[in-house]
Design a protein around this ligand. Structure first.
Ligand code: MSP
Length: 606
């Protein structure tokens, strides 16, 4: 040993540089130049919308530009130690809503998701299931892809960290960081949580060294590893967060990150001598690269195009930096501290934003594979349909905060909003149109609404929904869209077109206009809600006489009033979303509906 007992209080580890390690690692300089992404965010003055001003500005820029603006967003890459649960599905559903919204704005979206397949936790899970790690990863990774299909997830890239192209990118990145002088070898000792795949700071642990997230004891370990010189980046990170206050969202999470940094950054070990299931360290195949150092690079390697040479430069030039990393709050430190420092070291631009959402909880505890208190997303989708699941979690959990699941609440919300406010209004209006107008619109929607303040009400709410989507306030976006539905219900109740048709003459003409107004409202709802409930919105669009291709070609501009024209023929009225019966009703002998168009009839509200 060249040096003894160099104590770095990082995560409670004793770091003792070993003979071979010192060389470049002692040259603790900030050699890497930080090139910022073109979309780095500016401070905002729209108080209630946090970081949203930048989003609005970038939209304006996109209109000016000849090329559509890129929008790269990522979910975490999910561990394949066990099949997906509702907590892991949650981030992906939210990311999908954001991706679909950004596509409506005309952005060139690359939506990245995937699976994190290396490390001790995965190897142990494979051994437990009696499979090889590779077979185990294939199976669980497939379970993720299958769930994403069931949930209507529209990802563009699915990266697996066992993909050879990814491995090539990781090795190249490691070599770059090494040549920046930021990797050195040292012995360490510390308390490790295998479920977190992280050495823990003793201060953060519960009694008997229990991990506060997984409620399992951490294990004391001593190893000889390679370290990343995170502490070198303390000042750069501090300055970066001051200059880019929107980098970490919601803003209350920024405070948390800043206080971690302020309390002193300590180098972390980026290789494992004891783990075989991983990417070998370049120049030292007795060690494998730490699973987090490997997995974070999946965000970059995912960008490689089919058949392309797997180099870091090629991946970077295909869309890096990402506009948005959506993650859960438990992995904020990796994304808002480790990852930016790693990118700085490699001389690469930082992503525009890291958004840490809250946890889905069951009985107040984080729902998770390790605690075994999960909710089965496949089961929920099979029982209630993808739209109901997506809508419930996006509408009910304020994005950024924790949210608890209860089946009663789920059924109540979905029935009230999707079956009644939207489905029922559409179905009854189409019924009236069929009975009185042979399902044909009598007048353009623009002309029908002339002289009525109703159009302004709808357009104001649509604009609010857009702002909320921009700010990732997904629940508030849903709320505004539902308000449009409520306004439509109120309108029809007040105007009572069914009575006007009975009176005949000019009253009947007024009733025809009313129906067009409601159907145009439904059309706008279908465009605006399509990021959240895409299949339901397609069904609404089909009921309005449009094709799937027309639905798929929609842009946010189609939320403008005036899309429906005189002469448009509506489809045969079919319920677009059936009421879900509660367990009680089901037990009382009522059939439990699958949430598909062929639903049992819904009760008329008027
Ligand atoms: N493999 C790492 C991520 C590497 S990213 C380069 C990982 N995987 S995970 O499968 O454990 O978690 C993935 C995501 O699921 C995290 O964002 C985590 O916060 C989220 N969730 C897991 N359980 C959750 C809840 N109960 N509620 C909400 N999200 C939670 O971490």
């Amino acid at each position: 040993m060249a040096g003894r007992a160099l104590f770095l209080p990082h995560n409670g580890l004793f770091v003792v540089p070993s003979l071979s390690s010192i060389g470049s690692s002692r040259a603790w300089h900030l050699g890497a130049t930080l090139r910022l992404g073109p979309r780095s965010l500016a401070a905002t003055s729209i108080s209630s919308y946090g970081f949203c001003r930048s989003a609005l500005r970038s939209e304006a820029d996109a209109t000016k530009a000849t090329q559509p603006e890129a929008f790269v967003l990522t979910t975490p890459l999910y561990y394949v130690n066990a099949p997906p649960h509702m907590g892991s599905a949650y981030t992906t559903i939210a990311a999908d809503a954001v991706a679909r919204f950004q596509r409506l704005l005309g952005k060139n979206v690359i939506f990245v998701t995937g699976t994190d397949e290396h490390g001790e936790k995965i190897a142990a899970a494979a051994a437990k299931s009696g499979s090889t790690p590779s077979d185990h990863c294939d199976n669980v990774s497939l379970a993720y892809r299958s769930l994403w299909k069931d949930l209507d997830i529209s990802h563009d890239k699915f990266i697996r960290t066992t993909d050879p192209n990814h491995e090539a990118v990781v090795k190249e990145f490691y070599s770059r960081v090494l040549s920046s002088g930021d990797i050195y070898r040292a012995d360490y000792e510390g308390l490790y949580c295998v479920d977190c795949e992280e050495y823990k700071d003793e201060k953060e642990l519960l009694e008997n060294n229990f991990c506060p997230i997984h409620l399992k004891p951490c294990v004391r370990r001593t190893e000889d590893n390679y370290f990343f010189a995170l502490s070198k980046y303390q000042k750069s990170l501090e300055e970066y967060l001051i200059d880019n206050p929107n980098f970490v969202q919601p803003s209350f999470r920024l405070n948390e990150v800043q206080s971690w940094i302020k309390s002193g950054l300590r180098d972390f070990s980026i290789s494992r001598a004891s783990v075989e299931w991983g990417i070998p360290v370049p120049n030292d195949t007795r060690q494998t690269i730490y699973v987090w150092f490997d997995a974070l690079l999946g965000y970059v390697s995912a960008l490689l195009k089919e058949g392309e040479e797997p180099t870091l430069d090629k991946a970077i030039s295909s869309g890096w930096p990402a506009s948005l990393h959506l993650i859960g709050k438990d992995i904020l430190r990796f994304h808002a501290v480790y990852w930016p420092a790693m990118l700085m070291s490699a001389g690469l631009p930082l992503p525009d934003m890291v958004f840490g959402h809250g946890f889905l909880t069951k009985d107040g505890m984080k729902m998770g594979k390790s605690l075994g208190n999960t909710l089965e997303p496949k089961d929920l989708v099979n029982r209630f349909g993808a739209d109901a699941v997506r809508y419930f979690f996006l509408r009910e959990v304020e994005f950024g905060n924790d949210g608890d699941y209860s089946e009663d609440r789920f059924i109540n919300i979905v029935n009230a909003h999707l079956a009644n406010t939207i489905g029922n209004l559409l179905n009854r209006t189409l019924g009236l149109l069929k009975k009185n107008c042979q399902s044909i619109l009598a007048i353009d929607s623009a002309a029908a609404v002339e002289g009525s303040p109703f159009k302004d009400i709808v357009e104001n709410l649509v604009e609010k929904a857009r702002l909320h989507y921009e700010c990732l306030s997904l629940s508030s976006a849903c709320e505004c869209i539902l308000e449009i539905g409520n306004a439509g219900n109120l309108y029809i109740d007040e105007h009572a077109p069914w009575s006007l048709f009975k009176k005949g003459g000019p009253s009947s003409e007024a009733a025809k206009k009313d129906l067009v107004i409601i159907l145009e409202t439904m059309r706008i709802i279908a465009v605006a809600l399509s990021p959240v409930a895409p299949s339901l919105c397609l069904r609404v669009y089909s009921q309005l006489g449009y094709s799937k291709d027309q639905f798929e070609a929609l842009t946010w501009g189609d939320t403008k009033w005036g899309g429906l024209k005189s002469g448009q023929v509506m489809a045969e009225p079919q319920p677009v979303f059936g009421r879900i019966e509660s367990k009680k009703e089901e037990e009382d002998g009522m059939k439990f509906p699958q949430n598909a168009p062929k639903q049992k009839k819904v009760k008329a509200s008027w």
